[in-house]
Design a protein around this ligand. Sequence first.
Ligand code: FES
Length: 66
Amino acid sequence: MYVCICKSVTDKQIRRAAANGADNLFELRETLGVASVCGTCGPVAEEILDETNQHTQPIMYVPSSA
Ligand code: FES
C-alpha cells in the first residue's frame, strides 16, 4: 500500500528500510523521501517503522532462577 503519495513510497519500502537500519523518520526521509513534501505521511510512516523495528529486535531469553 502507498504510504507516501507525494514520493510514491510503499509500506514494503519502509519495512525494508527499517530492516536495513533506518530507525527514525529523519533516516526515512533521507533514504526514501518520505515526509519531504507535504508531510502528511509522517505519522503513518513512523508507525510502520516502529512496528517493524519492534518485530526485528532480538529476543532475549532470561532463564528463571526457580
Ligand atoms: S504524502 Fe508523503 S510527503 Fe506528501
